[in-house]
Design a protein around this ligand. Sequence first.
Ligand code: ATP
Ligand code: MG
Ligand code: MG
Ligand code: MG
Length: 477
Amino acid sequence: MESAEIARRFLRFFEERGHTIVPSASLVAEDPTLLLVNAGMVPFKPYFLAQQKPPYPRAASVQKVVRTLDIDEVGKTTRHASFFQMLGNFSFGDYFKEQAIPFAWELLTRPESEGGFGFAEDRLWATVYLDDDEAVDIWHGKVGLPLERIQRRGLADNYWHMGVPGPGGPCSEIYYDRGPEYGREGGPIADENRYLEVWNLVFMQEQLATVRNKVDFDISGELPAKNIDTGMGLERMAAILQGVDNIYEIDTTYKILDRAAQLTRSRYGRDNRGDVSLRVVADHMRAGVMLVGDGVLPSNEGRGYVLRRMLRRAIRNLRLLGAGEERYMHELTAVTIDALGEQYPDLKADAANIHTVIDAEEASFLGTLRTGTAIFDAAVEETKRKGRAVLGGDQAFQLHDTYGFPIDLTLEMAAEQGLQVEEEGFRRLMQEQRDRAKADAAAKKTGNADISVFTSILEKSGRVDFLGYDHIVAEAG
Ligand code: ATP
Ligand code: MG
Ligand code: MG
Ligand code: MG
Protein backbone atom coordinates (compact mmCIF):
# COMPACT_ATOMS: atom_id res chain seq x y z
CA MET A 1 0.00 0.00 0.00
CA GLU A 2 1.47 3.34 -1.08
CA SER A 3 2.05 6.13 1.41
CA ALA A 4 -0.49 8.35 -0.32
CA GLU A 5 -3.10 5.60 -0.02
CA ILE A 6 -2.40 5.17 3.71
CA ALA A 7 -3.13 8.85 4.20
CA ARG A 8 -6.30 8.64 2.12
CA ARG A 9 -7.60 5.62 4.01
CA PHE A 10 -6.98 7.17 7.36
CA LEU A 11 -8.85 10.34 6.45
CA ARG A 12 -11.70 8.48 4.78
CA PHE A 13 -12.19 6.26 7.83
CA PHE A 14 -12.52 9.22 10.17
CA GLU A 15 -14.50 11.32 7.73
CA GLU A 16 -17.06 8.52 7.62
CA ARG A 17 -17.20 8.80 11.39
CA GLY A 18 -18.10 12.45 11.51
CA HIS A 19 -14.64 14.05 11.54
CA THR A 20 -13.90 17.25 9.66
CA ILE A 21 -10.81 16.82 7.49
CA VAL A 22 -8.34 19.60 8.20
CA PRO A 23 -5.40 20.15 5.82
CA SER A 24 -1.88 20.02 7.22
CA ALA A 25 -0.63 23.28 8.68
CA SER A 26 2.75 24.60 7.58
CA LEU A 27 5.82 23.16 9.29
CA VAL A 28 6.52 26.69 10.44
CA ALA A 29 4.59 26.79 13.66
CA GLU A 30 2.32 29.72 14.40
CA ASP A 31 2.85 28.76 18.02
CA PRO A 32 5.57 31.05 19.40
CA THR A 33 6.83 28.44 21.88
CA LEU A 34 7.81 26.12 19.07
CA LEU A 35 10.22 26.40 16.14
CA LEU A 36 8.62 23.76 14.00
CA VAL A 37 5.47 21.71 14.22
CA ASN A 38 6.46 18.50 15.97
CA ALA A 39 3.10 16.77 16.43
CA GLY A 40 -0.28 16.56 14.76
CA MET A 41 -2.00 18.30 17.64
CA VAL A 42 0.01 21.52 17.44
CA PRO A 43 -2.37 23.38 15.09
CA PHE A 44 -5.24 22.43 17.43
CA LYS A 45 -3.54 23.61 20.62
CA PRO A 46 -5.73 26.72 21.03
CA TYR A 47 -8.79 24.43 21.19
CA PHE A 48 -7.23 22.10 23.73
CA LEU A 49 -6.12 25.04 25.83
CA ALA A 50 -9.64 26.51 25.57
CA GLN A 51 -8.20 29.72 24.10
CA GLN A 52 -10.44 29.36 21.06
CA LYS A 53 -13.73 27.65 20.43
CA PRO A 54 -13.23 24.75 18.02
CA PRO A 55 -15.27 25.17 14.81
CA TYR A 56 -15.95 21.41 14.78
CA PRO A 57 -16.31 18.82 17.56
CA ARG A 58 -14.02 16.27 15.87
CA ALA A 59 -11.29 16.52 13.25
CA ALA A 60 -8.73 14.42 11.40
CA SER A 61 -5.52 15.44 9.64
CA VAL A 62 -2.27 14.33 8.09
CA GLN A 63 0.19 16.77 9.59
CA LYS A 64 3.74 17.36 8.39
CA VAL A 65 6.12 17.31 11.34
CA VAL A 66 9.83 17.74 12.01
CA ARG A 67 11.43 16.31 15.14
CA THR A 68 14.94 17.53 15.54
CA LEU A 69 15.15 15.70 18.85
CA ASP A 70 15.32 12.51 16.80
CA ILE A 71 18.08 13.64 14.41
CA ASP A 72 20.77 11.52 16.01
CA GLU A 73 18.61 8.42 15.70
CA VAL A 74 18.07 8.84 11.99
CA GLY A 75 19.46 5.97 9.96
CA LYS A 76 20.52 4.05 13.05
CA THR A 77 17.15 2.88 14.34
CA THR A 78 14.57 1.41 11.98
CA ARG A 79 11.94 3.95 12.89
CA HIS A 80 13.08 7.54 13.42
CA ALA A 81 12.81 10.15 10.70
CA SER A 82 13.47 13.86 11.13
CA PHE A 83 10.55 14.74 8.84
CA PHE A 84 7.52 12.51 8.98
CA GLN A 85 3.76 12.67 8.76
CA MET A 86 1.43 12.24 11.66
CA LEU A 87 -2.06 10.95 11.00
CA GLY A 88 -4.39 12.06 13.74
CA ASN A 89 -7.97 12.07 14.90
CA PHE A 90 -9.06 14.62 17.46
CA SER A 91 -12.04 15.15 19.69
CA PHE A 92 -12.67 18.50 21.34
CA GLY A 93 -14.90 17.66 24.26
CA ASP A 94 -16.79 15.21 22.05
CA TYR A 95 -16.04 11.47 22.22
CA PHE A 96 -13.49 10.05 24.66
CA LYS A 97 -11.54 6.83 25.17
CA GLU A 98 -14.56 4.55 24.98
CA GLN A 99 -14.74 5.49 21.29
CA ALA A 100 -11.15 6.42 20.47
CA ILE A 101 -9.79 2.96 21.32
CA PRO A 102 -12.37 1.02 19.27
CA PHE A 103 -11.88 3.44 16.33
CA ALA A 104 -8.15 2.71 16.34
CA TRP A 105 -8.65 -1.02 16.62
CA GLU A 106 -11.21 -1.09 13.85
CA LEU A 107 -9.09 0.85 11.39
CA LEU A 108 -5.98 -1.23 12.06
CA THR A 109 -7.65 -4.63 11.86
CA ARG A 110 -10.35 -4.11 9.23
CA PRO A 111 -9.39 -5.97 6.03
CA GLU A 112 -7.59 -3.98 3.34
CA SER A 113 -10.36 -4.84 0.92
CA GLU A 114 -12.78 -3.01 3.21
CA GLY A 115 -10.80 0.18 3.60
CA GLY A 116 -8.72 -0.78 6.66
CA PHE A 117 -5.07 -1.66 7.16
CA GLY A 118 -5.63 -5.40 7.59
CA PHE A 119 -3.31 -6.05 10.55
CA ALA A 120 -3.58 -9.51 12.09
CA GLU A 121 -5.13 -9.07 15.55
CA ASP A 122 -2.55 -11.26 17.27
CA ARG A 123 0.27 -8.92 16.18
CA LEU A 124 -1.13 -5.96 18.11
CA TRP A 125 -0.14 -4.86 21.62
CA ALA A 126 -1.15 -1.85 23.68
CA THR A 127 0.38 0.01 26.58
CA VAL A 128 -1.65 2.04 29.06
CA TYR A 129 -0.80 4.31 31.96
CA LEU A 130 -0.27 2.46 35.28
CA ASP A 131 -3.63 3.17 36.88
CA ASP A 132 -5.73 3.68 33.76
CA ASP A 133 -8.10 0.80 34.45
CA GLU A 134 -10.67 2.41 32.20
CA ALA A 135 -8.39 2.00 29.21
CA VAL A 136 -7.67 -1.62 30.15
CA ASP A 137 -11.40 -2.30 30.40
CA ILE A 138 -11.99 -0.89 26.95
CA TRP A 139 -9.01 -2.66 25.37
CA HIS A 140 -9.88 -5.94 26.95
CA GLY A 141 -13.63 -5.84 27.61
CA LYS A 142 -14.84 -3.91 24.60
CA VAL A 143 -12.21 -4.62 21.96
CA GLY A 144 -11.14 -8.10 23.04
CA LEU A 145 -7.38 -7.57 23.27
CA PRO A 146 -6.02 -10.31 25.58
CA LEU A 147 -4.73 -9.00 28.92
CA GLU A 148 -1.28 -10.49 28.20
CA ARG A 149 -0.88 -8.03 25.36
CA ILE A 150 -1.75 -4.96 27.45
CA GLN A 151 1.19 -3.52 29.37
CA ARG A 152 1.11 -0.83 32.02
CA ARG A 153 3.78 1.87 32.01
CA GLY A 154 4.61 4.85 34.18
CA LEU A 155 4.57 8.61 33.80
CA ALA A 156 7.64 8.88 31.60
CA ASP A 157 6.15 6.76 28.84
CA ASN A 158 2.39 6.93 29.22
CA TYR A 159 1.43 10.31 30.53
CA TRP A 160 1.17 13.36 28.34
CA HIS A 161 1.13 17.10 29.02
CA MET A 162 2.46 20.22 27.36
CA GLY A 163 5.12 21.07 29.91
CA VAL A 164 3.03 24.01 31.11
CA PRO A 165 -0.11 24.26 33.24
CA GLY A 166 -3.03 23.08 31.15
CA PRO A 167 -4.52 19.82 29.99
CA GLY A 168 -2.82 16.48 30.54
CA GLY A 169 -3.70 12.86 30.72
CA PRO A 170 -2.72 9.26 30.28
CA CYS A 171 -2.02 7.81 26.88
CA SER A 172 -2.24 4.41 25.30
CA GLU A 173 0.20 3.37 22.61
CA ILE A 174 -0.37 0.71 20.00
CA TYR A 175 2.47 -1.52 18.86
CA TYR A 176 2.86 -3.95 16.00
CA ASP A 177 4.88 -7.11 16.61
CA ARG A 178 7.30 -7.43 13.69
CA GLY A 179 8.33 -10.92 14.73
CA PRO A 180 11.30 -12.68 16.34
CA GLU A 181 13.77 -11.61 13.66
CA TYR A 182 13.43 -8.06 15.04
CA GLY A 183 14.20 -8.81 18.66
CA ARG A 184 13.13 -10.51 21.83
CA GLU A 185 9.63 -11.28 22.93
CA GLY A 186 7.92 -9.74 25.91
CA GLY A 187 6.03 -6.83 24.37
CA PRO A 188 7.00 -3.19 23.95
CA ILE A 189 8.38 -2.99 27.48
CA ALA A 190 10.97 -5.55 26.47
CA ASP A 191 11.86 -4.38 22.98
CA GLU A 192 10.67 -1.33 21.04
CA ASN A 193 12.46 -2.40 17.91
CA ARG A 194 10.60 -5.64 17.53
CA TYR A 195 7.37 -4.09 18.80
CA LEU A 196 7.03 -1.04 16.61
CA GLU A 197 5.02 1.82 18.05
CA VAL A 198 2.58 2.93 15.39
CA TRP A 199 -0.06 4.98 17.15
CA ASN A 200 -0.36 7.01 20.31
CA LEU A 201 -3.78 7.80 21.77
CA VAL A 202 -3.79 10.63 24.28
CA PHE A 203 -6.68 10.97 26.68
CA MET A 204 -6.74 14.57 27.91
CA GLN A 205 -8.75 14.31 31.08
CA GLU A 206 -7.02 16.35 33.77
CA GLN A 207 -6.10 19.93 34.47
CA LEU A 208 -2.50 20.41 35.61
CA ALA A 209 -1.90 23.31 37.96
CA THR A 210 1.88 23.25 38.13
CA VAL A 211 4.35 21.38 35.97
CA ARG A 212 7.91 21.01 37.19
CA ASN A 213 9.03 18.51 34.57
CA LYS A 214 7.82 15.58 32.50
CA VAL A 215 7.14 13.38 35.51
CA ASP A 216 6.63 15.92 38.27
CA PHE A 217 3.41 17.95 38.29
CA ASP A 218 0.26 18.63 40.30
CA ILE A 219 -3.19 17.74 39.04
CA SER A 220 -5.83 20.24 40.13
CA GLY A 221 -8.89 18.41 38.84
CA GLU A 222 -10.76 16.78 36.02
CA LEU A 223 -11.26 18.65 32.78
CA PRO A 224 -14.88 19.64 32.27
CA ALA A 225 -14.64 18.65 28.62
CA LYS A 226 -12.35 15.75 27.84
CA ASN A 227 -10.36 15.63 24.63
CA ILE A 228 -8.79 13.07 22.36
CA ASP A 229 -5.49 13.64 20.54
CA THR A 230 -3.94 10.83 18.55
CA GLY A 231 -0.85 10.48 16.40
CA MET A 232 -0.05 7.66 14.03
CA GLY A 233 3.24 7.56 12.13
CA LEU A 234 2.54 7.30 8.42
CA GLU A 235 6.06 6.14 7.57
CA ARG A 236 5.95 3.40 10.21
CA MET A 237 2.63 2.18 8.87
CA ALA A 238 4.13 2.22 5.38
CA ALA A 239 7.13 0.14 6.50
CA ILE A 240 4.79 -2.53 7.84
CA LEU A 241 2.32 -2.43 4.97
CA GLN A 242 5.05 -2.44 2.35
CA GLY A 243 6.92 -5.26 4.07
CA VAL A 244 10.24 -3.43 4.27
CA ASP A 245 12.79 -3.47 7.06
CA ASN A 246 12.71 0.19 8.08
CA ILE A 247 11.11 3.55 7.36
CA TYR A 248 13.93 4.64 5.02
CA GLU A 249 12.97 1.88 2.62
CA ILE A 250 9.34 2.87 2.07
CA ASP A 251 8.14 4.06 -1.35
CA THR A 252 8.58 7.80 -0.89
CA THR A 253 11.99 7.58 0.79
CA TYR A 254 13.65 4.67 -0.97
CA LYS A 255 13.57 6.47 -4.33
CA ILE A 256 15.83 9.13 -2.85
CA LEU A 257 18.08 6.63 -1.10
CA ASP A 258 18.45 4.62 -4.30
CA ARG A 259 19.35 7.69 -6.36
CA ALA A 260 21.95 8.71 -3.76
CA ALA A 261 23.47 5.23 -4.00
CA GLN A 262 23.59 5.42 -7.80
CA LEU A 263 25.13 8.88 -7.82
CA THR A 264 27.84 8.00 -5.33
CA ARG A 265 28.34 4.54 -6.84
CA SER A 266 27.76 2.92 -3.48
CA ARG A 267 25.55 -0.04 -2.74
CA TYR A 268 22.84 -0.14 -0.12
CA GLY A 269 23.06 -3.24 2.06
CA ARG A 270 26.81 -3.68 1.81
CA ASP A 271 28.02 -2.26 5.10
CA ASN A 272 26.38 -0.57 8.04
CA ARG A 273 28.26 2.71 7.85
CA GLY A 274 27.36 3.28 4.24
CA ASP A 275 23.78 2.26 4.88
CA VAL A 276 23.42 4.76 7.70
CA SER A 277 24.82 7.50 5.46
CA LEU A 278 22.41 6.64 2.65
CA ARG A 279 19.48 6.70 5.06
CA VAL A 280 20.58 10.02 6.51
CA VAL A 281 20.85 11.50 3.02
CA ALA A 282 17.37 10.27 2.04
CA ASP A 283 15.82 11.39 5.31
CA HIS A 284 17.44 14.81 5.40
CA MET A 285 16.59 15.48 1.75
CA ARG A 286 12.96 14.97 2.62
CA ALA A 287 13.19 17.28 5.61
CA GLY A 288 15.18 19.86 3.67
CA VAL A 289 12.83 19.96 0.71
CA MET A 290 9.73 20.12 2.91
CA LEU A 291 11.19 22.96 5.00
CA VAL A 292 12.19 25.02 1.98
CA GLY A 293 8.75 24.28 0.54
CA ASP A 294 7.26 25.85 3.66
CA GLY A 295 9.34 28.97 3.22
CA VAL A 296 12.28 28.31 5.54
CA LEU A 297 15.66 29.61 4.37
CA PRO A 298 19.04 28.37 5.62
CA SER A 299 20.49 30.57 8.31
CA ASN A 300 22.48 30.38 11.51
CA GLU A 301 19.66 30.43 13.95
CA GLY A 302 16.23 29.12 14.69
CA ARG A 303 14.45 27.09 12.08
CA GLY A 304 16.83 28.31 9.40
CA TYR A 305 19.57 26.55 11.32
CA VAL A 306 17.56 23.35 11.52
CA LEU A 307 17.27 23.45 7.73
CA ARG A 308 20.94 24.30 7.28
CA ARG A 309 21.92 21.44 9.54
CA MET A 310 19.79 18.97 7.56
CA LEU A 311 21.20 20.06 4.21
CA ARG A 312 24.76 20.13 5.45
CA ARG A 313 24.49 16.71 7.04
CA ALA A 314 23.12 15.37 3.76
CA ILE A 315 26.04 16.90 1.87
CA ARG A 316 28.57 15.60 4.38
CA ASN A 317 27.14 12.12 4.22
CA LEU A 318 27.32 12.20 0.43
CA ARG A 319 31.00 12.91 0.81
CA LEU A 320 31.41 10.05 3.24
CA LEU A 321 29.86 7.93 0.51
CA GLY A 322 32.54 9.14 -1.89
CA ALA A 323 30.94 12.12 -3.59
CA GLY A 324 34.14 14.19 -3.43
CA GLU A 325 33.67 17.62 -4.96
CA GLU A 326 30.76 16.61 -7.08
CA ARG A 327 27.47 18.35 -6.64
CA TYR A 328 24.54 16.00 -6.32
CA MET A 329 22.01 18.07 -4.44
CA HIS A 330 20.23 19.24 -7.56
CA GLU A 331 19.48 15.70 -8.68
CA LEU A 332 18.52 14.60 -5.21
CA THR A 333 16.22 17.56 -4.76
CA ALA A 334 14.50 16.68 -8.02
CA VAL A 335 13.99 13.06 -6.92
CA THR A 336 12.67 14.20 -3.55
CA ILE A 337 10.17 16.61 -5.09
CA ASP A 338 9.07 13.82 -7.37
CA ALA A 339 8.76 11.28 -4.52
CA LEU A 340 6.70 13.58 -2.31
CA GLY A 341 4.92 15.38 -5.13
CA GLU A 342 1.86 13.16 -5.17
CA GLN A 343 1.08 14.04 -1.58
CA TYR A 344 2.39 17.60 -1.77
CA PRO A 345 1.69 19.02 -5.25
CA ASP A 346 2.85 22.49 -4.14
CA LEU A 347 6.41 21.17 -4.16
CA LYS A 348 6.20 20.73 -7.91
CA ALA A 349 4.88 24.23 -8.45
CA ASP A 350 7.65 25.55 -6.22
CA ALA A 351 10.45 23.40 -7.65
CA ALA A 352 12.49 26.22 -9.18
CA ASN A 353 12.67 28.09 -5.91
CA ILE A 354 13.48 24.97 -3.89
CA HIS A 355 16.34 24.17 -6.27
CA THR A 356 17.75 27.69 -6.04
CA VAL A 357 17.85 27.61 -2.24
CA ILE A 358 19.35 24.14 -1.95
CA ASP A 359 21.89 24.63 -4.74
CA ALA A 360 23.13 27.82 -3.10
CA GLU A 361 23.52 26.12 0.26
CA GLU A 362 25.48 23.31 -1.35
CA ALA A 363 27.83 25.71 -3.11
CA SER A 364 28.54 27.64 0.07
CA PHE A 365 28.98 24.58 2.25
CA LEU A 366 31.31 22.83 -0.18
CA GLY A 367 33.51 25.91 -0.01
CA THR A 368 33.48 25.82 3.79
CA LEU A 369 34.26 22.14 3.80
CA ARG A 370 37.12 22.48 1.36
CA THR A 371 39.09 24.95 3.49
CA GLY A 372 37.89 23.77 6.90
CA THR A 373 38.53 20.08 6.37
CA ALA A 374 42.23 20.61 5.77
CA ILE A 375 42.51 22.54 9.04
CA PHE A 376 40.39 19.97 10.82
CA ASP A 377 42.54 17.10 9.56
CA ALA A 378 45.69 18.84 10.75
CA ALA A 379 44.15 19.39 14.19
CA VAL A 380 43.15 15.73 14.40
CA GLU A 381 46.58 14.61 13.41
CA GLU A 382 48.22 16.82 16.00
CA THR A 383 45.83 15.58 18.69
CA LYS A 384 46.51 11.95 17.87
CA ARG A 385 50.26 12.50 17.63
CA LYS A 386 50.19 13.86 21.16
CA GLY A 387 48.37 10.73 22.23
CA ARG A 388 45.26 12.68 23.20
CA ALA A 389 41.63 11.73 22.74
CA VAL A 390 40.21 15.24 22.94
CA LEU A 391 40.35 17.97 20.34
CA GLY A 392 41.09 21.33 21.98
CA GLY A 393 38.37 23.91 22.50
CA ASP A 394 40.66 26.50 20.91
CA GLN A 395 40.88 24.39 17.77
CA ALA A 396 37.12 23.98 17.59
CA PHE A 397 36.82 27.73 18.10
CA GLN A 398 39.26 28.51 15.32
CA LEU A 399 37.40 26.17 12.98
CA HIS A 400 34.22 27.97 13.82
CA ASP A 401 35.50 31.49 13.86
CA THR A 402 37.79 31.45 10.84
CA TYR A 403 36.39 28.68 8.69
CA GLY A 404 32.70 28.77 9.54
CA PHE A 405 32.56 25.20 10.82
CA PRO A 406 29.47 24.86 13.01
CA ILE A 407 30.31 23.18 16.29
CA ASP A 408 28.07 20.20 15.64
CA LEU A 409 29.95 19.51 12.42
CA THR A 410 33.22 19.53 14.35
CA LEU A 411 31.68 17.25 16.99
CA GLU A 412 30.42 14.86 14.36
CA MET A 413 33.66 14.74 12.38
CA ALA A 414 35.68 14.32 15.57
CA ALA A 415 33.46 11.42 16.66
CA GLU A 416 34.13 9.75 13.33
CA GLN A 417 37.82 9.94 14.22
CA GLY A 418 37.18 8.51 17.68
CA LEU A 419 37.87 11.88 19.29
CA GLN A 420 35.95 14.06 21.68
CA VAL A 421 35.93 17.84 21.67
CA GLU A 422 36.67 20.04 24.65
CA GLU A 423 33.30 21.73 24.41
CA GLU A 424 33.62 23.71 27.59
CA GLY A 425 36.73 25.47 26.34
CA PHE A 426 34.99 26.12 23.06
CA ARG A 427 32.01 27.69 24.79
CA ARG A 428 34.23 29.83 26.99
CA LEU A 429 36.00 31.25 23.93
CA MET A 430 32.66 31.89 22.28
CA GLN A 431 31.48 33.74 25.37
CA GLU A 432 34.63 35.82 25.47
CA GLN A 433 34.10 36.75 21.87
CA ARG A 434 30.52 37.75 22.60
CA ASP A 435 31.63 39.85 25.57
CA ARG A 436 34.22 41.62 23.42
CA ALA A 437 31.58 42.32 20.81
CA LYS A 438 29.32 43.78 23.48
CA ALA A 439 32.08 45.94 24.90
CA ASP A 440 32.97 47.19 21.42
CA ALA A 441 29.36 47.96 20.72
CA ALA A 442 28.98 49.80 24.00
CA ALA A 443 32.08 51.84 23.26
CA LYS A 444 30.77 52.63 19.80
CA LYS A 445 27.46 53.78 21.18
CA THR A 446 29.11 56.85 22.60
CA GLY A 447 30.37 57.78 19.15
CA ASN A 448 28.77 57.15 15.83
CA ALA A 449 27.78 53.50 16.08
CA ASP A 450 28.50 51.42 13.03
CA ILE A 451 25.73 48.91 13.47
CA SER A 452 26.83 46.74 10.56
CA VAL A 453 30.00 45.65 12.34
CA PHE A 454 28.08 44.84 15.45
CA THR A 455 25.46 42.78 13.69
CA SER A 456 28.03 40.86 11.70
CA ILE A 457 29.79 39.87 14.92
CA LEU A 458 26.50 38.98 16.51
CA GLU A 459 25.57 36.90 13.53
CA LYS A 460 28.80 35.00 13.83
CA SER A 461 28.52 34.32 17.50
CA GLY A 462 24.85 33.55 17.05
CA ARG A 463 25.94 30.25 15.63
CA VAL A 464 26.40 28.66 19.02
CA ASP A 465 23.67 30.43 20.88
CA PHE A 466 21.58 27.67 19.61
CA LEU A 467 20.87 25.28 22.45
CA GLY A 468 17.94 23.20 21.39
CA TYR A 469 15.39 22.90 18.72
CA ASP A 470 12.19 22.11 20.47
CA HIS A 471 11.15 24.34 23.29
CA ILE A 472 8.33 22.45 24.85
CA VAL A 473 7.88 18.92 26.01
CA ALA A 474 4.79 18.32 23.94
CA GLU A 475 5.84 15.50 21.69
CA ALA A 476 3.03 13.04 21.91
CA GLY A 477 0.19 12.56 19.53
P1 ATP B 1 9.25 6.63 19.83
O1 ATP B 1 9.00 6.15 21.24
O2 ATP B 1 9.33 5.51 18.85
O3 ATP B 1 10.38 7.61 19.74
P2 ATP B 1 7.25 8.59 20.36
O4 ATP B 1 6.58 7.94 21.52
O5 ATP B 1 8.27 9.63 20.63
O6 ATP B 1 7.92 7.46 19.39
P3 ATP B 1 4.83 10.02 19.77
O7 ATP B 1 5.28 11.31 20.31
O8 ATP B 1 3.91 9.20 20.54
O9 ATP B 1 6.15 9.17 19.35
O10 ATP B 1 4.26 10.30 18.28
C1 ATP B 1 3.12 9.65 17.73
C2 ATP B 1 3.52 8.70 16.61
O11 ATP B 1 4.36 9.30 15.64
C3 ATP B 1 4.31 7.49 17.10
O12 ATP B 1 3.45 6.49 17.60
C4 ATP B 1 5.03 7.06 15.83
O13 ATP B 1 4.19 6.24 15.04
C5 ATP B 1 5.27 8.35 15.09
N1 ATP B 1 6.64 8.85 15.29
C6 ATP B 1 7.16 9.45 16.39
N2 ATP B 1 8.43 9.83 16.21
C7 ATP B 1 8.74 9.47 14.93
C8 ATP B 1 9.89 9.64 14.13
N3 ATP B 1 10.98 10.24 14.58
N4 ATP B 1 9.85 9.17 12.85
C9 ATP B 1 8.75 8.57 12.37
N5 ATP B 1 7.62 8.39 13.08
C10 ATP B 1 7.60 8.85 14.34
MG1 MG C 1 10.31 9.63 20.44
MG1 MG D 1 7.22 6.07 22.39
MG1 MG E 1 4.52 7.62 21.70
